[in-house]
Structures are given as structure tokens and as C-alpha cells.
Write a protein that binds this ligand. Structure first.
Ligand SMILES: [Zn+2]
Length: 338
């Protein structure tokens, strides 16, 4: 039987559902409903026993990608043990943890993922490490998602992919964390989920969440002011990772170099990017540190553009906090688009 979890009387997911009913969001409601069902199953296993109690004095939380993990760590403070699972420098879409990393996830009480097709691997890995269904919070299920646009899915004029993929046009885009306003929206549910695991930590969680919100608001205002001054609006990113950021700060993802991250684009597709670039006023192309840059270098050379690097994940020196990562990308965009 799964360990007993303190979900009784806990309804941030329900309130998230209610908020979501007013807007059309195919699939999202189903996802949230499945999450609630999973949590109800866990709660039901506790029936007939003494009132739900926290699972341990320091609940253990596993988070997939660095930006979400950094914010979770800062929210959690000393009250929880937070483990960032995806190593810095690795691609979130295709990660396969080592046996040692899997073993380290034993005893996890809560999984926090972006979801939306990005990092569900963490749920499976944690469930196999703990031999039970561990509660999971899919943050992407809490926001109004944007759809992957055709150019981000590699559908340029005259070029269409003939195989399905989670990054297909119209699918929900999982990279919401690159928009500080979106992160601000999911923090209250993350706070409440942690507080349900450890009720005595609630006051500290509330204080730290307020501090994070202040920092995120300042960050957003700073980017919004700065982005207005950029001359160019079109960006050619490595994969479709900067859509939320682009929507928020009035940029346009005109094309991507590697529509399926980790899968080298075909010469035919790269030719279609080069031909599209003849008509796109985009000054540079971008690589990403987690993915092999060669295709971007090729497009840069062939199109006579410079190559810059945007980092969707960070966790490395100088990008070792959520805000530092976003500011790093803003400084790259400043040089690229001014
Ligand atoms: Zn991605």
C-alpha cells in the first residue's frame, strides 16, 4: 500500500480546476482530473487509519529541471529535502537517469514536474525507485498553456513533418518556466502542496513565497522595460523552448533549427530553414547548451548570420538561480537583437 499522505482537506488542485473551467484548454482538464484521481487514490488508501500525518519530518521532493528546482528549493527552505534530478547540461526531453541517480530517489514523497510531455520520465523513475505511486504535481497543468506554433514544430512554408511528436504544432508547449509571470502563477499551488506535506512549515512557506513573488515581479518589469528597446523582434531559436518568453515580451519565434530536440534535423529541413531565412528579418540564430550546436552553426554560416546561445535550463555557473538564468538570456538577447 502506498505510504499515507496528508491530502485530506487539501484542494489546491480542485481550485486550480475551477479556475480553469472558464477557458478552453483541450487536454488540460483531463490531465488535472487524472492528477486529482491519482491523489484521491492515495488518500483513499489512508481511510480507516488515524488522521493523516506528514510522511516524515523532512519530506523529500524530487524536481526535474533546474529552474523549477531552484524555485522549489528556495520555497522549501530548510523544511524539505529537494533534489534536482536533471543534471546541468543535459536535455530535459530525453533524459535517462543512471541507476545511481534512480537509487537516490528512494523515499521521495512528492514529484514536481513541468509535465505537458516534457519530463514525465521523472514520475516513472521515482515510482520505480520507491516501488509505489508517488504523488506528483504537474505544474504545467495549472497554467493557461500556449500551443506550439507551426514554425516551432518545424512546419515552415513548403515543409511538413510526417510523423507525430509531442512538439507538434497545436500541442501544449511545456516550456512555461521561461516566462516569470507563468512561474508566479504556479507558486501558490506549489506552496500549498508542500504545506500539505508538512503543515507546521506553512508560515515559512508563505513568507518565502511572498519573497519569491516580489523577486519575480521585479524581474518581469525589468525584462518588459528592456525588451521594448530591442530593434529586432524575430528570433530563430534552436528548439521550440522560448515560446512563452516570446509571447510575453513581444518577440516572434520565426523558425527553429531542431524541431525535435535531440534528433538531428535532416538536410532537407535545414534547407527549408535557410530558404525561410531569406525572407525573415532575424539578425542571428541561437544554439542551446544542452543540445549539439552543429546544425545551428551550419545555418548561421550558410545564412551569413552570427550564432548566439540561449539557455532554457541553466544550473551552471552564472546561471545558478532562476533569476540569474533569465537575466543571462536577456543579456544575450540584448546583444543579439539591439
Ligand atoms: Zn524543450
Amino acid at each position: 500500500m502506498p505510504r499515507q499522505l496528508p491530502w485530506s482537506g487539501f484542494d489546491p488542485f480542485m481550485s486550480a480546476m475551477n479556475q480553469r473551467e472558464s477557458h478552453v484548454h483541450p487536454g488540460g482538464g483531463k490531465r488535472a482530473a487524472a492528477l486529482i484521481a491519482a491523489l484521491i487514490v492515495l488518500a483513499a488508501c489512508g481511510d480507516g487509519e488515524s488522521p493523516a500525518t506528514p510522511v516524515s519530518s523532512t519530506p523529500k521532493i524530487a524536481v526535474s529541471v533546474f529552474p523549477l528546482c531552484n524555485l522549489t528549493e528556495r520555497l522549501a527552505g530548510e523544511d524539505f529535502e529537494v533534489q534536482c534530478v536533471l543534471p546541468a547540461g543535459r536535455d530535459a526531453h530525453s533524459y535517462d537517469p543512471t541507476p545511481r541517480e534512480v537509487a537516490a530517489l528512494e523515499g521521495t514523497d512528492l514529484v514536481v514536474i513541468a509535465g505537458l510531455g516534457l519530463d514525465e520520465w521523472l514520475r516513472q523513475v521515482v515510482n520505480s525507485a520507491t516501488s509505489e505511486e508517488v504523488a506528483a504535481l504537474e505544474l504545467g497543468g495549472l497554467i493557461e498553456t500556449r500551443e506550439v506554433q507551426a514554425p516551432e514544430a518545424g512546419e515552415l512554408e513548403g515543409h511538413h513533418h510526417d510523423h507525430g511528436h509531442s512538439h507538434a504544432a497545436g500541442a501544449p508547449d511545456p516550456h512555461f518556466w521561461l516566462d516569470p509571470r507563468m512561474i508566479a502563477e504556479v507558486l501558490p499551488t506549489l506552496r500549498d502542496t508542500l504545506a500539505a506535506l508538512k503543515p507546521e512549515a506553512r508560515e515559512g512557506l508563505e513568507n518565502r513565497e511572498r519573497e519569491l513573488q516580489t523577486s519575480l515581479r521585479a524581474l518581469h518589469r525589468e525584462i518588459a522595460d528592456e525588451a521594448q528597446t530591442w530593434t529586432h523582434r524575430n528570433i530563430v531559436t534552436f528548439h521550440g523552448s522560448f515560446g512563452y518568453f516570446a509571447d510575453r515580451y513581444n518577440l516572434n519565434v520565426a523558425a527553429v533549427i531542431e524541431p525535435f530536440p535531440g534528433q538531428e534535423p535532416s538536410p532537407r529541413y535545414l534547407a527549408s530553414v535557410l530558404s525561410a531565412l531569406e525572407n525573415i528579418e532575424a539578425p542571428v540564430v541561437f544554439s542551446e547548451p544542452q543540445l549539439e550546436a552543429r546544425p545551428a552553426r551550419l545555418v548561421a554560416e550558410q545564412s551569413g548570420r552570427q550564432m548566439y546561445e540561449l539557455d532554457p535550463l541553466g544550473g551552471t555557473e552564472g546561471r545558478d538561480s532562476y533569476e540569474a538564468l533569465i537575466r543571462h538570456n536577456v543579456s544575450v538577447l540584448r546583444r543579439a537583437l539591439e
